[in-house]
Design a protein around this ligand. Structure first.
Ligand code: SF4
Length: 352
């Protein structure tokens, strides 16, 4: 397949004019690039920026991250979702301290040995922070290349990804691997948009884009649709005691939202009588005041969709194993409540 010809000169000139002034770009140390890339996975730039600022203020370097207590780390991550990313950041920081003297290794291959650092993130750190030739091919770059080369290969297919990665490396100039990779990501984020809406009129590569010439760009990229999500009913019980504290429950140390806090819940659909019987079996008595139904809510994880409903009720008794009674201040400031419970958070934190 013939290609679009060299793209670097026009792309880099466009990037110099149009790059967004993001905080990690202003001081692109390996640590900054690493944390920002992990935060930006599955999170929009605008949503990640405030978290990034707070994170760097609290944990300015690798040793600080390595030593951060989990509870504090999850609090800094609160709202970003996919908490395994934070867990892996800390594990990797500990490894960097023990194996690499606290400095991220300047090697595409070595970086990939760190927990949570895949080929894309390693390529971004290697090229942007260390100036090494390496690919950083994410969904944005795959989309841009599928269109530039008018290539209908399925971008979810590893063989197609390898081919696109080779093309990226063929195009990457030896003296500017970082700016080239960043420029491609930026073009995908700002101009060559997903969902059949590319802004070709603003694209520095429009004169060489093969899909534009062929009139196929709305059909590209080709990607197998993701599998349908499993629907999981969840019964939430926002239980309050006479001191105005709410029952919080720590999730298991592995699996979905591992180690984070949640309102007391059962991952199944229960009637009110069933839910009250479960509470009684755990030694909690519910006051005579009738439980009030909670607003139903849903949260979409990558493979499962939670449909939540339940009751707000007054309860008394010792917190069951794995649970504690938390004041609204503690629920807001101390325990990380994942975004999945956004609908019920104000009830637990008193609106904080
Ligand atoms: S011309 Fe349009 S489709 Fe082609 S790379 Fe540019 S924005 Fe994407």
């Amino acid at each position: 397949m013939s290609g679009p010809g060299p793209i670097a000169p026009a792309l880099l000139a466009w990037f110099r004019q149009n790059a967004r002034a993001l905080p990690f770009r202003q001081d692109p140390t390996p640590y900054h690039i690493w944390v920002s890339e992990i935060m930006l996975q599955q999170t929009r730039v605008a949503a990640a920026l405030e978290h990034y600022r707070r994170f760097m203020e609290a944990l300015p370097d690798v040793p600080a991250l390595a030593a951060c207590p989990d509870e504090e780390l999850f609090k800094l991550w609160e709202g970003l979702g996919y908490y395994s990313r934070a867990r892996n950041l800390k594990k990797a920081a500990q490894l960097v301290c023990s194996e690499y003297g606290g400095q991220l290794p300047a090697s595409f291959e070595e970086l990939q040995k760190l927990p949570g650092v895949g080929e894309y993130t390693a390529g971004a750190i290697a090229s942007i922070a260390f100036g090494l030739p390496a690919p950083a091919v994410d969904g944005n770059v795959l989309r841009v290349f599928a269109r530039l080369y008018n290539d209908g290969s399925n971008i979810a297919d590893p063989a197609a990804k390898r081919l696109f990665t080779r093309r990226v490396m063929d195009q990457q100039p030896a003296d500017a691997p970082g700016p080239f990779n960043e420029a491609l990501m930026e073009l995908g984020a700002l101009v060559c948009l997903p969902g059949g809406a590319p802004l070709c009129g603003e694209c520095p590569l429009a004169d060489r884009c093969l899909a534009k010439a062929a009139g196929t760009l709305l059909e590209l990229p080709v990607k197998t649709p993701p599998k349908a999500r499993r629907v999981q009913p969840v019964t939430v019980l926002v239980a309050r005691n006479a001191r105005g504290e709410h029952l919080l429950q720590k999730r298991p140390e592995t699996g979905l939202l591992a180690g984070l806090w949640q309102p007391f819940l059962f991952e199944e659909k229960l009637t009110l009588d069933e839910a009250l019987a479960r509470l009684a079996a755990l030694g909690l008595s519910v006051s005579a005041a009738p439980p009030r139904p909670l607003k139903p809510a849903k949260h979409i994880f990558s493979h499962v969709e939670w449909r939540m409903a339940g009751w707000q009720l007054e309860a008394a008794g010792d917190a069951p194993a794995g649970c504690l009674w938390a004041s609204p201040e503690e629920a807001a400031g101390r325990y990380a409540l994942p975004g999945a419970f956004k609908a019920y958070r104000p009830l637990l934190t008193g609106g904080r």
